[in-house]
Write a protein that binds this ligand. Structure first.
Ligand SMILES: Cc1ncc(COP(=O)(O)O)c(C=O)c1O
Length: 333
């Protein structure tokens, strides 16, 4: 969903975030970092590391940032860049990046940098239409690859900016000027590319396009709805508020009596691995990824395992209640 320059470098999503910031920011530039989860804070650390004068727009975990909050924040200073996390994997909150893109363009000259590590390939990210200057992501989530590729795109505004910089980019490996010739002609050399991962990416993109992007987004949405319906039926509360729930991952709070370590080890015995919540809600809940190539069977077996596990741990939510609610949602697949 971009006609601009894409890059694939050996590294994880964090590298993509850093490359995006490092190439746009020079020491002393002002940056607005929106933080409503663990990964939003990565942009704060990275901005500081590259000498930015950063301001954090802090939103409580579980809520999304509202476009009017960005508009207000932009009045306070002349920001060179605004960073937003599309889906924060710590909460399962989705931020309205389309609307924010419009606000950023209408109210400033700031570059708009969006972390799509937990959404690209699973949810709509119309990079060019939504005015995203740098879209930064990774391989291991909705693209369905092993970890190891930093994937990102930048538009011509960013490429032009590289010509006007007064100071060198604060990282040699991530200096886009070193990579631009390679992306145009991979027979050239700057640093050894992860050829194995590039083959894997090519294969994965082939299967994504064979499924069709719209179909893929729809599948993610239906599976997410099924999982949310199941949690609701089991009276398990979600971390993200209702109006901003991502289709790629859900974070939920444990019901009473259920303790993190026992829950996850019981689930593991049933063959399902779920992550704990992190940051200030560490140990209070669990996170289920339903992204990439996750199918109906995966989500139903996860819900079944959750029902069995909470019952074993003394919670009387009733067997089959979550499964029945999920099956209704899945019927449209
Ligand atoms: C939203 C988000 N941003 C950034 C990152 C960092 O990516 P990586 O762990 O691939 O470096 C992650 C990792 O889970 C993430 O979920």
């Amino acid at each position: 969903m971009t006609k601009h320059q894409v890059f694939a470098l050996a590294g994880s999503g964090t590298l993509a975030l850093e490359v995006g910031v490092a190439n746009i920011i020079e020491p002393g530039d002002k940056v607005l970092n929106v933080v409503n989860g663990y990964f939003g804070d990565y942009f704060v650390k990275i901005s500081k590391a590259h000498g930015a004068v950063q301001k954090t727009l802090e939103i409580p975990w579980g809520k999304c940032v509202e476009p009017h909050q960005i508009r207000e924040a932009l009045k306070e200073d002349d920001f060179k860049a605004v960073t937003v996390t599309h889906v924060d994997t710590s909460t399962g909150v989705v931020n309205p990046i389309k609307e924010i893109g419009r606000v950023v363009k209408e109210n400033s000259d700031a570059f708009y940098i969006v972390d799509t590590v937990c959404s690209l390939g699973g949810m709509e990210v119309r990079v060019d239409d939504w005015e995203i200057d740098a879209c930064v992501s990774g391989s291991q989530k909705c693209i369905g690859l092993p970890p190891g590729l930093a994937l990102f795109s930048v538009n011509d505004r960013v490429l032009d900016l590289l010509e006007d910089r007064k100071t060198p980019v604060g990282m040699c490996y991530g200096d886009l000027k070193n990579w631009l010739p390679i992306m145009m002609d991979p027979s050239k050399y700057f640093a050894t590319p992860p050829v194995n991962m590039i083959y894997a990416l090519s294969e994965s993109l082939r299967s994504i396009l064979a499924e069709g992007l719209e179909n893929r987004f729809k599948r993610h949405h239906i599976i997410a709805e099924a999982f949310r319906a199941a949690m609701d039926a089991l009276s398990i509360k979600l971390v993200a508020q209702e109006k901003c729930r991502a289709d790629t991952l859900t974070a939920a709070y444990y019901p009473e009596k259920v303790e993190d370590g026992s829950f996850r080890s019981e689930m593991r015995k049933l063959g399902i691995i779920v992550a704990s919540t992190i940051g200030p809600i560490k140990g209070k809940g669990f996170r289920v990824g339903h992204m990439g190539n996750v199918c109906e069977n995966d989500i139903l077996s996860t819900i079944g395992a959750i029902e069995a596990t909470i019952a074993r741990l003394g919670c009387t939510c009733g067997f089959g209640v979550g499964l029945a609610a999920a099956q209704k949602e899945l019927a449209v697949l």
